[in-house]
Design a protein around this ligand. Structure first.
Ligand SMILES: Cc1cc2nc3c(=O)[nH]c(=O)nc-3n(C[C@H](O)[C@H](O)[C@H](O)COP(=O)(O)OP(=O)(O)OC[C@H]3O[C@@H](n4cnc5c(N)ncnc54)[C@H](O)[C@@H]3O)c2cc1C
Ligand SMILES: Cc1cc2nc3c(=O)[nH]c(=O)nc-3n(C[C@H](O)[C@H](O)[C@H](O)COP(=O)(O)O)c2cc1C
Length: 777
């Protein structure tokens, strides 16, 4: 085959050398616009896994690269006058120039034709090539040329960064955060050879503009950075090697995804590789790794399909299919890390103490969990757990070397209520009541979960009037008989467990008068069993749902009175906590979402108007609920539908509820409109809790796909929520909390005294299983 690589970065060079090595009969040419052995850039970091793959594919270049590598294990964070360090993070770094020089030399030795100082305009300049690799980087001319085919989706990210170097050597991957009058700047610093360290400085657009960096020359902005980071630089100057960039050399990161990676131009097959096809933010240092992995995979596909031009289409197709999966995974982790750095100033740095800031930074990509940190640096994590336990009010001696309790098992206080731990059993409708009354099912169901260890037990949405119910079988709280049932439950939980009890009050609105979930989710009951529905506007939920009546003032007054009556009844049960259900498309949520609120009066339109009625309800119940007990508000923090509420809107509403006296926001999402398109996944709603807790400054509950102690510990430790609600896992296992404690080896969590012999046996069996698994390794 005749192969031309346009662009001699890591992707083009590595692909050229692998193909030539595998099949020396190929004619391979790399065309590069720069001079030989001349390149822009400082150090790049690699993972151990990529290095292992490189050893398999070309031992010669891998050995040279490995010789030139600088390996380091530690991460050090400088923040608010502190210097914190953890170990076990394993990176390797190499100068970009050194890497390219090794690859260029290896290409030459193998017989790849290297052509320098040639700026290629189009792939059509090489009509006799069978295969053209568009390895011409982020601003690929070849990709631009076929933009309608490759469908590039480029997002310019908001932060500014400048890529500098210094001769000061650092023995850890160092992050330095500095506050200025106009916001935070952070430096990502790592040594890549025995003389030089990479020094990338990043800030927000606002801080960049406010400091006039947009108007400065490169030299002036370097002086500004030297000044700002003088403590860590200790007099060493910063250097640029980007003189070719115009202006101050501060860039925005561009996130690139392409719809298609290859195209036949009539003479040659053209395929994108490396940064021309995709980018991953430097926050997790993966751009070079992805380029190398692309080159390896395409070579692999030719090895599998055959090194003949007739196999090019098949090789390109499987190359793209396989690489897309890995690229999406890395881009996902890179996105989390990148977003962390974009909001770090106002969301974390302004409020967090150094210990928690460090934890948050280490887990920014959300690929490193609590237990993973323990594997990396047990002592550091133990120190952090003890710090957290002490902050939560537990007696921990400073520098205690014994393990205390992990964050999810620390107590939590809100107003006069103290929870024994941070796990909440999330409200779950059971559709098992008659006339809204608690019966034996509810006593056993909720009672056994209370014995199962959760700090707070929520019963299902409890309806404030008969016509507020979702189904005829929902729980209610509008009369004294119902109140008495609740009191029995609350007394049982208080007398037999450490759990506290929360009642979630709600009104189904337009989603009322439906069948129990197992007879058809959201399906209306037969007309004879139903009741008239009310909502913000006259939009039915499903096409076959009843059309609700838009609420008038008298309806509002009646509903407020119903909520107040239910709150007074709830208070007289001795329940510890009240939640106002303003999520999931029910009555209050129908006011908050622009998708369900089309009103033109003072209850529709702006955020203030849409929140007006829910806030009227909230203020009315707050006035009658005991002052020493908290009220939380559950919000749908994302409608997952075009034109609906987003986390930004949820933060605005959270602020309004906070101002009205809410103690906590329970951060759920969706179920507002049927055409929603939620993106599920592990901890998928935790980012909403993180945003609201740390930008609005109100405690939060995170909920949604939190299914192991490791998840809950990661969320609580990083300050992404104060409490974690666990729903479905509690249906599978009433003693979820006790079992999770045992699984992480925490034997100090008390079980009900009647169950103690079960505790010992359970823990012993787990220990045996762990020993057997270890013996097999
Ligand atoms: C601040 C910053 C820090 C980074 N840190 C890391 C890191 O720590 N680790 C990491 O792995 N990655 C890092 N990267 C990303 C990394 O630099 C790229 O992802 C990687 O180099 C991609 O390789 P590539 O071969 O696809 O593209 P490039 O390395 O961009 O190579 C493209 C080549 O094509 C040439 N070229 C372009 N157009 C033409 C043309 N028309 N004709 C001829 N030649 C052309 C260019 O001169 C260049 O040599 C970082 C990037 C930035 C911006
Ligand atoms: C059977 C069932 C019933 C639910 N009923 C309610 C409810 O009454 N009120 C509410 O706010 N959320 C309700 N939810 C949502 C849960 O509280 C929780 O937010 C959701 O299941 C995500 O948590 P998970 O991933 O731990 O299950 C219900 C969920 C389930 C599975």
């Amino acid at each position: 085959m005749r192969i031309v690589c346009i662009g001699g970065g890591p992707a083009g060079l590595y692909f050229a050398l692998l193909m030539k090595k595998n099949h020396p009969e190929h004619h391979i040419r790399v065309v590069e616009r720069n001079k030989p052995y001349d390149t822009f850039g400082w150090g790049v970091v690699f993972s151990d896994a990529t290095m292992e793959a490189m050893k398999v594919w070309d031992e010669t270049s891998a050995a040279e690269i490995q010789n030139a590598f600088n390996h380091w294990d530690d991460i050090e964070v400088l923040f608010k006058g502190t210097r914190q360090r953890t170990s076990g993070h394993g990176f390797v770094g190499i100068g970009r120039k050194k890497l390219l020089n090794i690859l260029q030399k290896r290409c030459e030795d193998l017989g790849v034709e290297l052509i320098f100082e040639t700026d290629v305009d189009a792939d059509t300049q090489y009509p006799d090539a069978d295969l053209i690799i568009a390895s011409d980087g982020l601003n690929s001319k070849i990709r631009h040329r076929y933009a309608d085919i490759f469908e590039p989706d480029m997002i310019v990210r908001p932060n500014r960064y400048i890529w500098l170097g210094t001769n000061k050597l650092f023995d850890a991957f160092t992050f330095d955060f500095r506050k200025t009058d106009h916001g935070w700047f952070q430096a990502h610093i790592y040594k890549f050879d025995d003389k030089t360290s990479t020094f990338i400085i990043e800030t927000t657009e606002e801080a960049y503009q406010a400091h006039g960096l947009d108007e400065m020359s490169q030299q002036d902005s370097i002086s500004f950075c030297e000044n700002l980071f003088s403590e860590v630089l200790e007099g060493a100057p910063l250097m640029t090697n980007a003189r070719h960039l115009r202006g101050s050399a501060w860039l925005n990161f561009n996130r690139l995804i392409c719809g298609k990676w290859s195209h036949y131009n009539g003479n040659s097959h053209v395929v994108l590789m490396g940064d021309a096809a995709h980018t991953a933010h430097f926050a997790i240092g993966s751009g070079t790794k992805l380029a190398i992995d692309d080159a390896i995979e395409l070579t692999n596909q030719f090895n599998l399909h055959g090194h003949d031009k007739s196999h090019i289409p098949a090789a390109l197709e499987t190359y793209e299919a396989i690489r897309r999966v890995d690229v999406a995974r890395i881009q996902n982790a890179a996105r989390n890390a990148m977003e962390w750095f974009e909001v770090v100033g106002r969301r974390y740095a302004d409020h967090f103490e150094p210990e928690q800031f460090m934890y948050s930074m280490l887990t920014r990509s959300q690929r490193i969990s609590h237990e993973n940190l323990r594997l990396r640096d047990k002592n550091w994590l133990q120190g952090y757990e003890n710090w957290f336990a002490k902050k939560s009010g537990l007696p921990v001696e400073s520098n205690s070397s014994t393990r205390h309790v992990p964050p999810m098992f620390t107590p939590y206080q809100l107003r006069g209520v103290t929870l024994a731990n941070r796990i909440v059993m999330s409200p779950m409708a059971m559709y098992s009541a008659t006339d809204g009354l608690i019966n034996d099912f509810h006593m056993v169901h909720l009672g056994s979960r209370a014995l199962g260890g959760a700090g707070l037990i929520f019963a299902e949405m409890t309806c404030v009037s008969p016509d507020a119910r979702i189904t005829p079988n929902c729980l209610g709280l509008w009369n004294e008989e119902q109140r008495d049932g609740w009191k029995r439950l609350v007394d049982f939980v208080h007398q037999n467990s450490d759990a506290k009890v929360a009642i979630q009050l709600g009104h189904a609105g337009r989603k009322g008068a439906t069948k129990p979930a197992w007879e058809g989710i959201d399906q209306p009951v037969d007309e004879a069993n139903g009741w008239p529905l009310i909502s913000a506007s006259a939009e039915p939920y499903l096409v076959n749902s009843q059309k609700p009546k838009p609420m008038m003032r008298d309806d509002m007054d009646r509903v407020i009175a119903d909520f107040v009556r239910a709150t007074e009844l709830a208070a007289s049960t001795g329940a510890d906590w009240l939640e106002l259900h303003a999520a999931h498309g029910y009555l209050l949520s129908s006011f908050l979402s622009p998708l369900t609120n089309q009103r033109e009066d003072e209850y529709g339109g702006s955020h203030v108007n849409r929140a007006r009625f829910p806030l009227e309800v909230f203020k009315a119940i707050r006035a009658v609920w005991p002052q020493d007990k908290p009220i939380s508000v559950r919000l749908s923090c994302h409608d997952w539908a075009e034109g609906g509420n987003t986390p930004d809107d949820a933060a605005i509403f959270a602020q309004m509820f906070k101002d009205a006296g809410a103690d906590l926001i329970d951060c759920s999402s969706g179920q507002v409109v049927k055409h929603e398109k939620p993106v599920y996944g592990r901890l998928f709603q935790t980012p909403f809790s993180d945003k609201i807790r740390n930008e609005v400054g109100i405690p939060t509950i995170a909920v949604g796909a939190i299914s192991e102690a490791d998840h809950a510990n990661s969320v609580i430790s990083a300050g992404r929520a104060d409490l974690c609600a666990v729903a479905r896992p509690h249906l599978a296992d009433p003693a979820w909390v006790l079992h999770e404690a045992a699984k992480i080896g925490l034997t100090s969590v008390p079980w009900p005294k009647q169950y103690y012999s079960g505790k010992t046996q359970y823990e012993t069996n787990l220990a045996r299983e762990a020993a057997a698994a270890a013996a097999l390794k």
